[in-house]
Design a binder for this molecule. Structure first.
Ligand SMILES: [Zn+2]
Ligand SMILES: [Zn+2]
Length: 585
C-alpha cells in the first residue's frame, strides 16, 4: 500500500475565547415546562448537595452576600460571607423566593449569574406576577407526598421538591390520591428550610427518609373524601398548567388581564347565574364589579380558582387569553347569556352509537360483580359520566342504585367482620383482617374509624403484653437455666426474631450471653481437672506395676480411653507426674 500525503483541516490562528464559566455548578433544573417543575428553594437544596455542602453554607457564602449587595457583582470574585442567613422565618424566605415579588426576582437573577442558567425564573411564579396575588399563594409549611418520594427513589430518579407542593390550594397528590404530608412520621416535626440536614427527601430534623410506599402508612387524616378529590383534581390540573405554559409566554400577562377577563365572563352571565355564582364563590355581586373595574386588580388564588371553576374556564385561559372587548358590566345581563363553555360543553356527546352503548351498559349492569360505579362504567366505555347520564338516564339510575345497595351490604359485612375481629383472641392486626376478608384497610378506616382504632389498640396491647411475658421469662431463664441457651435458641423458643430480642431486651440478652460464656468456661475447666486426676491415677497405677507411664500407655488405660498426645498442656502435666514418681524423662 502506498502512503499518500494527508491533508489536515486548517485551524484559525487566533484562539477563540472559551465559553464563560459559572461560579457554581450549572445544575439542570427538573421538569421545566411541565406541571412537575421543581421549586427554586428545592433547587438550592439540590445545588448545595451537588457541592457537598449544607444549604445554609452555600447560601451564607455564595448567595446572600450578593443578594445583600446592590449593583452588579463579579461572580468569580466571591464575596465576604454573610454572618448568618437573613433573620426571621426561613420557611417564609422559601415562599418569597418562589413567589411573584422582588425577592424572587433578585434571587433568580443572582442564582442565574452564579450557575450560568437563564431558566431559573420558571422555578418560581414570576411570570404571573401581575395577575396573581402573593397573599395565601403558598402553604406556610413544607409538604410532600411520601409515595412520590418512594416511587422516584425506586425508579432511580432524582428526589426533589416540586413547586406545585408549595401552592396553598393544593393539598393532595393526584397520582397517589392522598393528601400531602407536613410532619415527619419519625420525629413528628414539621420541616425546616435550608438547615444542615435538609437533603431532598430526608427529614431536616432527624435525617430519616420521608418517603413510604406502605399503604398502612397512610394516616386517617391523609385520606381524601370524594368532594375534596374532585376539587383537587381540578385545582392541580389548572395550577399545573400555569407551569406548563410559563416558558411559552412572550411576556408575563399584563396587569389589566384579570379585570378584563372578569368583566367579560360576568357579562356572559344572566342575573340568575350571577346570583348563583356569587353565592358559590362567597362574595356579593358588587365585589365582582370592583374587580372588573379595577385596572390593576389581582384576585387571591383561592378566589380566582373558584371563579374560573364556576365559569367553566381553565385558569390559564383566564389569565392568558385576552377576551374580546367586553360590553359594559351588567348591561348584558338581560340578554340571557349562559357561560360560553357551557354551550359547547366538553362532555357533549358526538357520534356515539347509542344502541351499542346501551348494550354495553346493560351487560355491565347485569354481569359485573362487584357492581361497578357509574364512573367506572363510563371509564370502560371511554366516556365521562355526564355523557352516560345524558344518553341513558334510566340505566345510569339502575347502575347507581345497584352500586349503592352493594356498598351498603359490603359496608355491613365489613362492620360485622371488624366486630368479630374485636372478639378474636389473640387479637389480629387490622391488615390481616382486611386481607383475609378481601377489603382495603382504607375502606375500613373511612367507614368505621372507631372500630379500627379499637382493633389496632387491642392488637398493640396484646403485643405489649406478649413482650412483657417474654421479658419475665428471659429473667427466669437467666437465673435458673444451666447451661443457658443461645439467643438464637431463645428466639426460636419464643417464636420471634433474634433482632427483636436484641431490640426489646438489649441488657438481658447481653447478660445471658456473658453468663453463658462464663458457664462454658467453668465447664471446660471442670472437665480438664477431671481428666488430669484420671491421668494421675493411671500413671500411679502403671508406676506401681513398674511400667513407664508413657503417653500412649496412660491413654489406653484411662476410664474413657482417648489420645492425649496432641494436647501439649496435658503432656507437660504427665511429665511433671513422672518426675514426681522418679522416672527419668
Ligand atoms: Zn404522590
Ligand atoms: Zn424527622
Amino acid at each position: 500500500m502506498k502512503d499518500g500525503p494527508i491533508r489536515y483541516e486548517l485551524w484559525h490562528e487566533g484562539v477563540e475565547d472559551p465559553p464563560p464559566r459559572s461560579r457554581l455548578y450549572s445544575l439542570e433544573p427538573i421538569g421545566i415546562g411541565t406541571s412537575e417543575v421543581e421549586s427554586l428553594s428545592g433547587y438550592i437544596n439540590r445545588l448545595a448537595q451537588a457541592h457537598c455542602v449544607r444549604a445554609s453554607t452555600l447560601l451564607k457564602n455564595e448567595v446572600i452576600p450578593h443578594i445583600a449587595k446592590n449593583g452588579p457583582f463579579d461572580q468569580n470574585q466571591g464575596a465576604k460571607p454573610a454572618r448568618s442567613l437573613p433573620r426571621g422565618n426561613r420557611e417564609r424566605l422559601t415562599r418569597l423566593i418562589c413567589g411573584t415579588g422582588l425577592t424572587a426576582e433578585k434571587w433568580v437573577k443572582v442564582l442565574g449569574i452564579l450557575t450560568g442558567r437563564s431558566d431559573l425564573r420558571f422555578l418560581t411564579l414570576l411570570d404571573w406576577r401581575y395577575v396573581l396575588h402573593n397573599r395565601h399563594l403558598f402553604s406556610p409549611t413544607i409538604r410532600w407526598c411520601p409515595t412520590c418520594f418512594d416511587a422516584w427513589l425506586s425508579a432511580g430518579r432524582t428526589v426533589y421538591n416540586p413547586l406545585l407542593w408549595k401552592l396553598n390550594p393544593i393539598t393532595s397528590c393526584l397520582l397517589h390520591r392522598r393528601k400531602l404530608r407536613a410532619f415527619c412520621l419519625h420525629c413528628h416535626q414539621p420541616q425546616n428550610a435550608f438547615t444542615g440536614l435538609g437533603r431532598p427527601g430526608f427529614c431536616s430534623r432527624c435525617g430519616e427518609w420521608l418517603g413510604s410506599d406502605d399503604e398502612n402508612d397512610l394516616q386517617p387524616e391523609e385520606r381524601l373524601d370524594e368532594d375534596e378529590w374532585q376539587w383537587q383534581k381540578w385545582v392541580v390540573k389548572n395550577l399545573g398548567q400555569l407551569f406548563q405554559v410559563a416558558p411559552t409566554l412572550d411576556r408575563p400577562p399584563p396587569v389589566e388581564t384579570v379585570a378584563r377577563s372578569v368583566a367579560y365572563y360576568l357579562s356572559q352571565l344572566s342575573d340568575e347565574s350571577l346570583v348563583k355564582a356569587s353565592k358559590a364563590i362567597g362574595h356579593r355581586p358588587d365585589r365582582f364589579r370592583r374587580w372588573s373595574q379595577g385596572k390593576r386588580a389581582r384576585m387571591q388564588i383561592d378566589l380566582l380558582l373558584k371563579f374560573c371553576f364556576h365559569c367553566e374556564i381553565s385558569l390559564v385561559e383566564f389569565l392568558t387569553e385576552s377576551p374580546p372587548a367586553s360590553p359594559p358590566f351588567f348591561s348584558s345581563a338581560s340578554q340571557k347569556l349562559i357561560p360560553p363553555k357551557a354551550t359547547k360543553g366538553r362532555w357533549r356527546p358526538k357520534g356515539v352509537k347509542r344502541e351499542e352503548l346501551r348494550q354495553v351498559m346493560k351487560s355491565l349492569l347485569e354481569r359485573e360483580f362487584p357492581p361497578l360505579s357509574l364512573r367506572a362504567v363510563a371509564k370502560r366505555v371511554n366516556l365521562v359520566s355526564r355523557t352516560l347520564l345524558y344518553y341513558e338516564p334510566e340505566l345510569c339510575r339502575q347502575i347507581v342504585a345497584r352500586r349503592v345497595v352493594y356498598r351498603e351490604q359490603n359496608n355491613e359485612r365489613i362492620h360485622s367482620v371488624l366486630e368479630e375481629a374485636l372478639r378474636h383472641s389473640p387479637p389480629p392486626t387490622l391488615k390481616d383482617v382486611a386481607k383475609r376478608n378481601g377489603f382495603a384497610t382504607s375502606v375500613a378506616w373511612n367507614h368505621y374509624p372507631d372500630l379500627c382504632v379499637k382493633i389496632v389498640a387491642k392488637h398493640k396491647n396484646h403485643e405489649k403484653q406478649a413482650w412483657e411475658n417474654i421479658g419475665r421469662e428471659l429473667e427466669r431463664i437467666k437465673c435458673e437455666e444451666n447451661p443457658l441457651p443461645t439467643i438464637k435458641a431463645l428466639a426460636s423458643r419464643f417464636g420471634c426474631s433474634v433482632q427483636s430480642l436484641h431490640v426489646y431486651f438489649p441488657d438481658l440478652c447481653h447478660e445471658i450471653a456473658v453468663r453463658r460464656d462464663e458457664q462454658q468456661q467453668a465447664c471446660f475447666l471442670n472437665r480438664r481437672e477431671q481428666l488430669l486426676s484420671e491421668i494421675r491415677e493411671a500413671a500411679h497405677k502403671l508406676h506401681a506395676q513398674g511400667i513407664f507411664p508413657s503417653v500412649n500407655r496412660v491413654s489406653e488405660i484411662l476410664p474413657r480411653p482417648r489420645g492425649i498426645g496432641g494436647n501439649k498442656d496435658i503432656v507437660a502435666e504427665l511429665r511433671k507426674i513422672r518426675k514426681e514418681l522418679g522416672w527419668k524423662q
